[in-house]
Design a protein around this ligand. Structure first.
Ligand SMILES: Cc1cc2nc3c(=O)[nH]c(=O)nc-3n(C[C@H](O)[C@H](O)[C@H](O)COP(=O)(O)O)c2cc1C
Length: 370
């Protein structure tokens, strides 16, 4: 199957991607998701793509993860793929960001590919069909074998114009999903810059209010905080301290990067997006994520669970984050540029890398970079 995935990857990069990339990124995304939802349950999909191995399995906070590679928030924002992503080989996947109220998204273009920079400029601003619609969709699926989380954000609509209203809005979505057995974890998204309120909860004092409000809801699932990229260590530490105070101990490093200067962008692509807003995924997000994981692991060790997210294009990228202290990783951009077989390839090579370094399981490698 290793050979099959390798051939699949070549076919994707040489034949499929060049055609897909001729069309608008969001239109392709929507078409891919619709097609994936239709064909993803076919037995051929896991046979071709998925890689399983006992060395990859972990149980964290009572959740069994078959492997450490998850789909990050933003790809399956309305939950259309919730029943099929395990077949593709993901160990877990996040639906959302879901907001309580529906929102059609910021003005187009909401997605701009930057292939030479190995990045995507994202300016969706929490496009969502709303928590009620997403919940109804998920309720109708058989999700018993999936490991699913819900990313929660506040509705990006004119009425939600103060942090107080935003907190009530977050709470509404948590309350809608908290009793659903298929929800294994929540992500608290405090780091979307492309919204009307920008990022009020990236401020440590405001975040404390949000953490307290969410902790008061009696949510039984673990809550993971999606951390802002490029936050100084002082603010990062304050956010983490506030979360820990409310028994929230899982942190995803990190969301989209904002700094364009010095981000390694190709000069023509840099100029092309000069008038566009949005955050950068992929390679420009990689270093911030790697550095933040290492720093947070050095400071907190096993007291926290770290999830590495940003610029994973290969098993080596994932392993570097794991060695820095991440127990799980997430990605989107790597899959768009390399193809869906990447997930199985990463998992397969993670086993080889852990064996090479003498670990009986991948979990043994967590934090080994020191
Ligand atoms: C198309 C797209 C949409 C995204 N939407 C969201 C979102 O709704 N919520 C969120 O927390 N992060 C969102 N992100 C950020 C990703 O979850 C992730 O943090 C970031 O892309 C870095 O990972 P990557 O380099 O593997 O793509 C989005 C990213 C992309 C590429």
């Amino acid at each position: 199957m290793q050979l099959v995935r390798w051939i699949f990857g070549i076919v994707y990069r040489v034949c499929v991607k060049p055609i897909l990339f001729l069309f608008d990124a969001e239109a392709v995304h929507d078409a891919t998701v619709a097609m994936g939802a239709r064909i993803g349950t076919a037995a051929i999909v896991p046979a071709l793509l998925r890689f399983r191995h006992p060395m990859l399995a972990q149980t964290i906070d009572g959740i069994a993860f078959e492997n450490p590679v998850g789909l990050a928030a933003g790809f399956d924002y309305d939950g259309l793929l919730a029943g099929v992503l395990g077949n593709v080989g993901f160990g877990f996947h996040t639906v959302g960001t879901v907001t309580a109220l529906p929102y059609e998204g910021n003005a187009r273009p909401r997605l701009t590919r930057l292939p030479r920079s190995r990045s995507i400029l994202v300016n969706k601003g929490f496009k969502s069909s709303g928590a009620h619609a997403v919940r109804a969709r998920l309720d109708a699926m058989n999700l018993a074998r999936e490991t699913i989380g819900i990313s929660v954000g506040s509705s990006n609509v004119p009425d939600i114009d103060t942090p107080e209203k935003a907190i009530a809005d977050y709470q509404e979505t948590f309350l809608l999903f908290k009793d659903r057995a298929y929800v294994k974890y929540f992500e608290l998204n405090i780091s979307c810059p492309n919204t009307r309120l920008a990022q009020p909860f990236a401020n440590p004092d405001r975040f404390r209010e949000l953490a307290q409000a969410v902790a008061g809801l009696g949510v039984r699932q673990p809550i993971w905080v999606k951390m802002p990229s490029e936050h100084g260590w002082d603010d990062t530490r304050k956010l983490m301290e506030s979360a820990l105070e409310y028994q929230i101990h899982t942190f995803i490093f990190s969301n989209l990067a904002h700094t364009r200067e010095g981000a390694g962008l190709n000069p023509q692509e840099y100029a092309r997006i000069a008038s566009l807003g949005g955050g950068l995924s992929g390679k420009p997000a990689q270093r911030y994520s790697d550095d933040a994981i290492a720093r947070a692991f050095r400071a907190y060790g096993d007291k926290v669970v770290l999830v590495g997210c940003g610029g994973i294009f290969s098993a080596r990228d994932a392993y570097r984050k794991i060695r820095a202290g991440a127990r799980l990783v997430q990605l989107i951009t790597g899959m768009i540029y390399q193809g869906p077989q990447l997930i199985g390839q990463i998992n397969e090579q993670l086993v080889a890398l852990a064996r090479r370094d003498g670990y009986a399981s991948l979990a043994g490698a967590v934090g080994s970079a020191g």
